[in-house]
Design a protein around this ligand. Structure first.
Ligand code: ZN
Length: 174
């Protein structure tokens, strides 16, 4: 079964020190994620970037209580330099937690003949978790390498691993 590597929300506004929605743990996963990215490229595995791209007045900010982040077109909404996409990599913009919500992700995966997704990035219990759910209900196998995802809070991250494993049938690889 063909696999794809999804890199989710590894954007300046999440990863950089002092970023508006800083996920401190996202910096610690950079080396492992970089290695996985290199391995995927070497093995011909498609790499797809899923990136928050909000309007400045996105109602998500008020509704969910998030500080404004990843405003479309700003440096903050760009993938961190360490993991920069190649020209040929699909970069999918999203405005909700799931990478499937109102995006072309499903169509791209089908066109590539992909059946298994490796989810990486941040935040473990938010965009990773909800993307995992949307992937599973669409029939994809989902793998989450624990060293390549980052939570805002470690307890929330462990809760998400349990939910993904026990409720969604996701393979969380430690
Ligand atoms: Zn967002």
């Amino acid at each position: 079964m063909r696999e794809a590597l999804l890199v989710i929300d590894m954007l300046n506004d999440f990863v950089r020190e002092g970023a508006p929605l800083e996920v401190t743990a996202a910096r610690a996963i950079l080396p492992a994620l970089r290695a996985r990215l290199d391995a995927a490229r070497a093995g011909g595995v498609p790499v797809i970037y899923i990136c928050d791209a909000h309007r400045a007045d996105d109602p998500e900010f008020a509704r969910m209580g998030w500080p404004p982040h990843a405003i479309k077109g700003t440096t903050g909404a760009e993938v961190v330099a360490e993991l920069a996409p190649l020209e040929t990599d699909p970069v999918i913009e999203k405005t909700a937690y799931s990478g499937f919500h109102h995006t072309g992700l499903d169509g791209i995966l089908q066109a590539l003949g992909v059946g298994r997704l490796v989810l990486t990035g941040c935040v473990t219990n938010i965009c990773i978790h909800y993307t995992a759910y949307d992937a599973v209900i669409r029939g994809y196998q989902v793998v989450v390498p624990a060293d390549c995802v980052a939570p805002l809070d470690p307890d929330d991250g462990e809760f998400a691993f349990r939910q993904m494993t026990r409720v969604l049938g996701v393979a969380v690889v430690r």
